[in-house]
Design a protein around this ligand. Structure first.
Ligand code: PA5
Length: 430
């Protein structure tokens, strides 16, 4: 992964980060890096996620998924950090897989039923993922899915892989039915778990090379030095933070590849849930090149000056020639390819934002493959950890999310939670 922050720097046209500010920021990065290194060394909660490339054993994952690698469809039941990392990988590499990856995160009944009616359950498998093993949406969807398997006459116990923590209701269920299971590593919060079994089971079942994913991540880990000038991940984290300090309260990620659309969703969770604390944090937005050049770009170029646009651009993609035409005015297209058109549109968008004094950062991937995806996932996580240090927030907790989870369970009679009482009280007041 390469990060170009040139268009985030102050110029005549742009009020971005000045050279002096960058130098001062680098001193803060050095201090933050010491803290991150110490956290990694002592396997502290959260920081431990940055050790995953060394600690994860792909052989354990391969062994657990063995019985279901013949599946035509893999239904991953999980939500948030227990789904988005896996979805980023399998969506990005979907063209190379014969297995359809389906993610049941939402509990919208029509949507869940629609999927279950569409899928050939006899040739499907279930990948149920919950770190806590208590998340109501995941457990509910799992019970619905396993019932659908039973109704279709399929032994779900032969077709299910579980990834969860050491204990909890999902672990109990898994033990009771002797299901193949994997453990979410200790000290790894959900949204930082893409490079553990949480994200890699789906990748393995879909036939992707998880060794190479981890190699790409390990290579990115080696770039974690104490300076933003040497480390792409830190350059991104520090730049985003510094721009937020100057008013870029929104960070719009805009990949220029259809296959990377889900990566912006994963990034949005990582950035929002990790940094949105103590009245701080940058609001992530999602866009897709070139599609959103015809919608959101207007706002990005001429709306409020409160945004950073993060482009994610693969350098190599497959290509397709644009056929010649009988209309003279369209002759220019016949001399080009779709790839050239895509590249020209990206260059024009990036340059036009820069010319309008709108800060943007370019993240370059060589191509969309396992190695580059591993590096990207790791790099963005490291960027987020660094940004968390600079903001001074607790990156690895999510009290607002936990509040809602407890309230939901309490409202459905799944335990006594003061959060549920607060909701009940509020509704009574209406
Ligand atoms: O990052 C997080 O902690 C959350 O997004 C969780 O991943 C999400 O709430 C799902 O939790 P669990 O894996 O416990 O079911």
């Amino acid at each position: 992964m390469n990060v170009d922050i040139g268009n985030a720097l102050a110029t005549v046209a742009s009020p971005g980060i000045s050279r002096e500010r960058l130098e001062r920021l680098d001193a803060q990065v050095a201090d933050a890096h010491e803290r991150i290194e110490a956290g990694m060394e002592h396997a502290e909660h959260g920081y431990e996620a940055l050790n995953l490339p060394e600690n994860v054993d792909p052989a354990d994952i391969r062994q657990a998924v063995g019985p279901v690698t013949d599946a035509d469809a893999l239904i991953t039941v999980g939500i948030g950090g227990s789904a988005l990392g896996a979805a980023t990988i399998t969506d990005a590499l979907a063209d190379e897989s014969d297995t359809e990856a389906i993610y049941l995160d939402n509990v919208d009944p029509d949507w869940v039923t629609g999927h279950l009616e569409r899928i050939d359950l006899e040739n499907a498998a279930i990948n149920v993922v919950s770190r806590s093993g208590t998340t109501a949406e995941t457990l509910a969807n799992f019970l619905v899915v396993r019932e659908a398997f039973e109704d279709a006459g399929v032994d779900w116990t032969e077709r299910t892989i579980v990834t969860t923590g050491e204990s909890g209701p999902l672990r109990d269920l898994s033990d009771r039915h002797d299901l193949p299971s994997l453990k979410v590593p200790d000290g790894v919060p959900g949204r930082f778990s893409a490079l553990s079994a949480v994200g890699l089971v789906a990748a393995e079942v879909c036939g992707h090379d998880i060794d190479t994913l981890l190699e790409g991540a390990a290579a990115e880990r080696k770039t974690l030095t104490g300076s933003l000038f040497d480390c792409p991940a830190y350059a991104y984290g520090a730049t985003s933070y510094a721009l937020d300090q100057r008013g870029a309260a929104i960070n719009a990620m805009m990949p220029y590849a259809e296959s990377l659309e889900t990566s912006a969703e994963w990034f949005a969770q990582l950035w929002a849930e990790s940094l949105g604390k103590d009245d701080l944090g940058q609001t992530p937005a999602r866009a897709l090149g070139v599609t959103d050049q015809h919608s959101q770009l207007q706002l990005y170029r001429a709306g409020p000056r409160d945004k950073l646009v993060t482009f994610v651009v693969p350098q190599e993609q497959s290509d397709r020639a644009i056929p010649d035409t009988e209309v003279d005015d369209l002759a220019y297209l016949g001399d080009s390819t779709l790839g050239e058109l895509l590249a020209a549109e990206f260059e024009a968008t990036e340059a036009s934002l820069a010319a309008a004094g709108r800060p943007n950062v370019r993240i370059e991937l060589e191509r969309v493959d396992e190695y580059e995806l591993g590096g990207f996932l790791y790099g963005m996580e490291a960027a987020c950890v660094l940004a968390g240090e600079l903001y001074g927030v607790n990156t690895f907790e999510q009290p607002a999310v936990e509040w809602a989870k407890k309230a939901t369970r309490g409202l459905l009679g799944g335990g006594d939670f003061e959060e549920a009482d607060a909701v009940a009280e509020k509704t009574e007041l209406r």
